[in-house]
Every structure is written in structure tokens, then in C-alpha cells.
Ligand binder design. Structure first.
Ligand code: ZN
Length: 319
């Protein structure tokens, strides 16, 4: 959700989209600079969340953060920035901060994973009394991006001594791009069997629901509107009706309407269409339940945002 006009405006936008979970950038995603959050804005945001009953809310960490790097300057800035993300999320009462684990610059994959885990553990240990989680996002595997396999996510979690405040975010676009075929029934079953074995469903805290412009195994991360890309509708239908994911926040990061002002507190017609598509896939949504269970009780569909770059505070480009 765009936070243009201040963080509390994101809650108002979630209300008009009838969301019960959403994602924000707690600061500009493409800048290191970070003005302090005014205490009045924090108070107003928390009050709006309480009043509306919306949640969980997560933030998406800046794309500049790279904890896998061996470049000392970048590592230092990344640690500082991720610490700041965690502090903001804590102050706002968010479930957690979604983070792309990082890209290794030199050295090996193993060294990159080690650096990520070490850095994140240090940040959590320095905030021992906090509640907010680090949510490692499974990635498309572009370039040297780590976290594109369940094995890599499992290594990071293990090296963080299975810290209770580390969770995982799965993005349907990244799954297909990184080579997990969730489109065929067999592929879907085997993908989540692997996930359960390697990472565990108790670690799964958030879904990003995006279709993909690029096909299976492309390792290219390009989000598309629900049902209009290489995924089609079937994998989304399975996910929103899968009892293992009941109650999880499912957030959209699909493109937003280009010509609208990000400051508006009105329904974005593209978000609305994607949400309607997803809501329509829930068993029983059309009155002809296949399972006999109405899905809408747990459905937490949301007009989250990230990729469009309009979730940040300034309305500037996010990526
Ligand atoms: Zn995502």
C-alpha cells in the first residue's frame, strides 16, 4: 500500500480496498537516507490499525540492502539500514520486515549465506526484547541473488540457530521464475512437499501473490496481473484454498494504475480487479463450494504493493 501522505494513509487505502492485511515500505526503498518517523505518525498509524482491525501488516526492506556482500562499506550500510527497518517495524507494531536475502559479490554461495545469517542474527540479538520478525523472501534467483532455493533458505535459518524471529515469505512469481513448477498439480504438490521438508510450514508467514511475465526457470523477476501471466489461475486457486496456508496474509505486488496520483485514497482499478479475481477463486465464493468450506472466513487478501515503487514515503521509484 502506498504510504504517500504519511503512514496512516496506507491504512485508509487498505480499508477502501477491503484488505485485511497489507505491506508498506517503512521508508523510501531506493534511498539510504532515512528521516526519523515522527512519534505522532507512529501513534496515528497504530491507532488506525487498532480501530480497523487490519493486520498483520509487514514492511518490505529497502532494495539497497545486501548482507551477502564482502564490500565492507556496503555491508556496514546494509547492517545499519536493516537495523533501522527492524526498529521502524517494531515501533509500528508490524509482524515483520520482508527482506531479499542478498547477492554475493565475490566468494562463494556458501560464504554469502554465512554472511547473511551472521548479520541478521547479530541484528536480532541486539534487539532481544523485540517482537518483529525478519521474513526472508524466496527470490527469483536473478544474477547471484541468494534465497532462490528452499535449501538456501534452510541454511540461513539453521545458521541463525533457528531463531524464533526468522520467517519466510513466498512469492508465486519468484517460485515459477526460480524453477518451482506450481502450475501443474504434481509440481504444486512436490514444491510444497519440499518446502515442508526443508523449511517447514511453521516458518511460512506471508505470501506475495503475483503472476509472472517470465516462464518457469527464467530466473527473471517480472510481476504480472493475476491470471494474465505464465502462472494462470490454477496455482492461485490452489493456494487460496490450501488449508496449510489458512490465515496467512496474501499480498499483491502487481502493477498499479500508472496515471493515478499516489496520494489518492481511492480504489486502484487494477488492484481491485486483481483482488476480485483472487476472491473469486476461493471455494464457495461463487456459491458452489467444492470443499464444503467457505474460504472467505480466513482469506486475508490484500492490495499490498512493492514493485510499482509507490509504496514508499515519497512516492518515488521503488526499484
Ligand atoms: Zn515479492
Amino acid at each position: 500500500m502506498s504510504v504517500a501522505g504519511g503512514l496512516p494513509r496506507a491504512v485508509e487505502r487498505a480499508v477502501v480496498h477491503r484488505c485485511d492485511a497489507f505491506q508498506i515500505f517503512a521508508k523510501n526503498a531506493s534511498q539510504w537516507r532515512r528521516p526519523l518517523l515522527p512519534p505522532s505518525e507512529i501513534r496515528e498509524f497504530r491507532a488506525a490499525i487498532r480501530r480497523t482491525g487490519i493486520g498483520p501488516v509487514v514492511s518490505h526492506a529497502s532494495y539497497l540492502i545486501n548482507l551477502a556482500t564482502t564490500i565492507p562499506g556496503l555491508r556496514g550500510r546494509s547492517m545499519e539500514a536493516m537495523g533501522d527497518e527492524l526498529d521502524r517495524a517494531e515501533a509500528l507494531g508490524l509482524l515483520g520486515v520482508v527482506l531479499h536475502p542478498g547477492c554475493y559479490t565475490v566468494g562463494s554461495e556458501a560464504e554469502g549465506l554465512e554472511l547473511i545469517a551472521k548479520g541478521l542474527l547479530e541484528l536480532l540479538q541486539a534487539r532481544g526484547r523485540g517482537k518483529t520478525m525478519i521474513l526472508l523472501e524466496h527470490t527469483a534467483g536473478q544474477g547471484t541473488a541468494l534465497g532462490a532455493t528452499f535449501e538456501q533458505l534452510a541454511v540461513i535459518i539453521a545458521k541463525m540457530n533457528n531463531h524464533r524471529r526468522v520467517g519466510v515469505c513466498l512469492d508465486t512469481c519468484h517460485l515459477i521464475a526460480s524453477g518451482y513448477d506450481i502450475c501443474s498439480p504434481e509440481g504444486y504438490t512436490s514444491t510444497f512437499k519440499q518446502f515442508g521438508r526443508l523449511v517447514g510450514f511453521d516458518r511460512l508467514k506471508v505470501f506475495h501473490l503475483n503472476d509472472s511475465k517470465k516462464p518457469l526457470g527464467s530466473r527473471v523477476d517480472r510481476h504480472e496481473h493475476i491470471g494474465q501471466g505464465c502462472l494462470g489461475l490454477d496455482p492461485f486457486r490452489r493456494i487460496v484454498n490450501d488449508h496449510r496456508f489458512g490465515g496467512l496474509p496474501m499480498l499483491l505486488e502487481t502493477p498499479k494504475e500508472e496515471r493515478r496520483s499516489p496520494r489518492l485514497i481511492e480504489v486502484d482499478p487494477l488492484d481491485e480487479r486483481n483482488l476480485e479475481t483472487l476472491r473469486g477463486l476461493i471455494d464457495g465464493a461463487d456459491g458452489s463450494s467444492r470443499s464444503g468450506r467457505r474460504g472467505s472466513g480466513w482469506w486475508r487478501g490484500s492490495g499490498g504493493s512493492g514493485r510499482s515503487g509507490r509504496s514508499d514515503r515519497s512516492g518515488g521509484s521503488g526499484r
